[in-house]
Write a protein that binds this ligand. Structure first.
Ligand SMILES: [Zn+2]
Length: 79
């Protein structure tokens, strides 16, 4: 079986709607993330699926700041 490497928009939408808990290719929850790779305003994490051997990278963007008092400040630009 050829290894699938490309996702579709539908797979990505379902994956993100499920908070990245299931493999976007096969739907398994046997997925494992490696260490986080941080960059300015961005964090990336390589993920492997133990069920179908697919690999992909989750990309996180800075969306909120929490101050020392515990207040969560969301990015409200464009809202
Ligand atoms: Zn899978």
């Amino acid at each position: 079986m050829d290894k699938r490497t490309e996702l579709t928009q539908e797979q990505v939408n379902a994956y993100i709607a499920g908070d990245g808990a299931h493999c976007p290719f096969c739907g398994s929850d046997q997925i494992e993330g490696s260490s986080f790779d941080t960059d300015a305003g961005c964090v990336r994490q390589d993920i492997d699926c133990k069920a179908c051997d697919a690999t992909w990278t989750d990309s996180y963007h800075l969306a909120a700041v929490i101050d020392e008092a515990g207040n969560v400040w969301d990015d409200t630009r464009g809202k």
